[in-house]
Design a protein around this ligand. Sequence first.
Ligand SMILES: [Zn+2]
Length: 367
Amino acid sequence: MSVSWKESATDGDARSGVLQTPHGDIATPAFMPVGTRGTVKTVDSEDLERAGAEMVLANTYHLMLRPGSDVVADLGELHDFMSWRGPILTDSGGYQVFSLEPEITEEGVTFRSTYDGSRVELTPEKAVAVQEELGSDVAMILDVLIGLPATREDTIEAMERTLRWAKRASNAKTREDRALWGIVQGGSDPDLRARSAAATAELGFPGFGIGGLSVGEEPAARNAAVAATVPELPPLAPRYVMGLGDTEGILDCVARGVDLFDCVLPTRLARHGKVLSQSGDFSIKRAEWARDTRPIDPNCACVACRRYSRGHIRHLFATREFLGPRLLSVHNLTYTLDLMRRSREAIHAGEFAELHASVTAQRSGRS
Ligand SMILES: [Zn+2]
């Protein structure tokens, strides 16, 4: 058994289902916390389970350089290495590599390691081999990323090379017990998105990333790109918007039929003292919380909200105590994972549009 998805409810274009993997089933729509270096910053596996995480993401780029995918394999692959029993998805490493301004040829990309400056080559075939060695349940193809704004010509060239690389990645796959998903590109042009989606679907992948979004584009452009992509993909294949994790973005994409998300945002914001909240996000560092005995969110069941006051957490940040980023990371993940649970329940109840509208209104102070 590899990885497959089956639908359990629909509500408009939004849908809920079950993603079956060798490491258990998860309910979708789902959010994957990001374990960049095989660890979700500041939290442990039990924190993640308590927060409601069912699947996590790990970064191939970092793990192939440190400690090396062969070391991870010797330590029992990613699941044992990072002590995570549930499913794991790995990215291909492309996103990090392309941010390093690599040398790009038809063969692949060559870049300098952020750790020791050595030259490293990544090809579509090697990205698959590394991820198979890491043992993730779902591996992603190496795609070609371009900076924005990009010309239509450059967008087409990157999209077409991604398709050629996708075919090579498919041919390089050897593990039957693991899945390899394609990635749709096409920039912010709905027409190119549709073309990329149709051509990637034709390659027969069992699941699809929607890449190149959440890179600073306007919400309307992102929504148009997703809306153009989804109808071109096979209905029973999971759809995953890569790198998106803000409340409004998640709800907009769930409304358009997206099943899976990942993002560093909840934990990165937490380390900077930013609280995600149903009534609007805020900074815990503000002076007004200094003598505030209330929890950061009275409706949240996380340890930060059950046991600590705003005043105390503000103090942790003011004194740079390690517990501050940890508590807010647990809270922000709990908040985001709870949003996914509420979305799934609303889809099953046929009330997703109501949830979407009420969350948006409440957070913008309009309720
Ligand atoms: Zn909380």
